[in-house]
Design a protein around this ligand. Structure first.
Ligand SMILES: *Cc1c(COP(=O)(O)O)cnc(C)c1O
Length: 379
């Protein structure tokens, strides 16, 4: 379905569909669930079940998909971040879990390389811990991490995201942390696809790894998946809903509904079963189409880029040189968003650019995007 269709439920509220050429961003609705996922959620909604049993069974599906000892469906990757840190601080002590966010008597420092600071890292301190940065933004050595580890270190957090530097890398981080008996937790929210990443960071030895369920996996927007080593996952579960005891868990405000649990499990199954090359080809042909339509504009260079450390799938990126005399990047963005339908593109990169991300562009919308950009860029 494209943005030309205005579903009644949104029409009643006066909120119009848009074209999402900015990727799996929360601000534009994450991703679109497949009909099979919607049907599964519908089926799930009509009966009562024991949520604890459902969580355990769904957790097994997550664990299998991630090649990890144990898994859990969470309320987004952010909730998983909260729970990972909570688990590292409390261990399996119910007394500790009860005490959060007061961390008195617990190791409560979360080490984070300065270059990995990002607008989602508040979730690492939500359960009461304290962020301790190491290294400089652009320069960090294994020694910086060594020196930062101390008696109060609860864990080392590692973030993998577009345009964030790798620092000393995950493998080295794990090696150093484990030498000191410190667990490594990973925020890899938007790093699938590639599907291989579901298992990769676990294979490298990370203790807990979190992904968003509502980005590349195509599950409900407010879900996430968390998996890892059995003992830490035991602590994660204790800090989440804790249906076993009277502990007031820090994770209670981040509950996941039965419909969302089923939606995520179903989406995950479809995601792991579906062909990555076919998916990629679909994005590539839309990117090629747009790039071709935008050739020969004075001062504008269009490149299709797909470096996985920066880009989510192949995407046309527009660069502007000195001979360019049209509207500014922010003006172009405004005009795209103010049109009908609104078109949302990316402007964040390492340089001044407009990137047109294909992963959420529905069939046919690439034509609308190319037409609109041509109207704006060819005076
Ligand atoms: C999207 C994102 C998050 C938050 O994930 P949700 O599933 O929306 O809670 C956290 N970290 C990074 C790097 C992200 O890109």
């Amino acid at each position: 379905m494209t943005a030309n269709h205005w579903p009644e439920v949104y029409k009643k509220l006066g909120v119009k569909p848009i074209i999402n050429a900015q990727s799996w961003v929360t601000a534009l609705g994450g991703s679109i669930m497949r009909p099979e996922v919607l049907q599964a959620m519908d089926d799930a909604a009509g009966v009562f079940i024991d949520i604890k049993k459902l969580n355990l069974a769904a957790g097994e599906v997550v664990a299998r998909a991630c090649g990890a000892e144990r898994g859990l469906v969470t309320g987004g990757c952010s909730a998983a971040q909260v729970l990972m840190v909570a688990a590292c601080m409390t261990g399996t002590s119910e007394l500790n879990a009860e005490q959060l966010p007061d961390t008195t008597g617990m190791k409560n420092e979360i080490l984070l390389y300065r270059g990995h600071r990002n607008r989602y890292d508040k979730a690492f301190i939500t359960s009461g811990g304290r962020l301790v940065e190491f290294g400089g933004h652009d320069h960090v050595t294994p020694n910086d991490l060594e020196n930062a580890i101390g008696d109060n270190t609860a864990c080392v957090a590692f973030v993998i995201a577009p345009f964030l530097p790798a620092g000393i890398g995950l493998a080295e981080t794990i090696k150093i942390a484990h030498n000191h008996g410190v667990p490594v937790i990973v925020d890899a929210a938007a790093e699938v696809p590639p599907r291989a990443n579901l298992t990769k960071f676990h294979e490298m030895g990370a203790d807990l790894v979190a992904f968003s369920g509502g980005k590349g996996i195509g599950g409900p927007q407010s879900t996430g998946l968390l998996a890892g080593k059995a003992e830490l996952m035991e602590a994660v579960v204790m800090n989440s809903l804790n249906l076993d005891s009277s502990v007031a868990a820090i994770g209670r405000p981040m509950k996941v509904s039965k419909e969302n649990i089923i939606g995520l499990v179903t989406a995950l199954q479809i995601f792991t079963d579906s062909d990555e090359a076919t998916e990629w080809q679909g994005w590539q042909s839309k990117a090629d189409f747009i790039a071709k339509q935008l050739t020969g504009i004075n001062g504008v260079r269009v490149e299709i880029e797909d470096d996985p450390s920066e880009r989510q799938g192949p995407q046309p990126v527009l660069y502007f040189d000195d001979s360019y005399s049209g509207p500014s990047i922010s003006e172009i963005k405004q005009r795209l968003e103010n049109g009908d339908p609104g078109i949302y593109v990316g402007v964040m990169g390492s340089k001044e650019e407009i990137n047109i991300v294909m992963v959420n562009v529905q069939d046919g919308e690439e034509i609308v995007i190319a037409d609109r950009l041509n109207q704006i860029l060819r005076p």
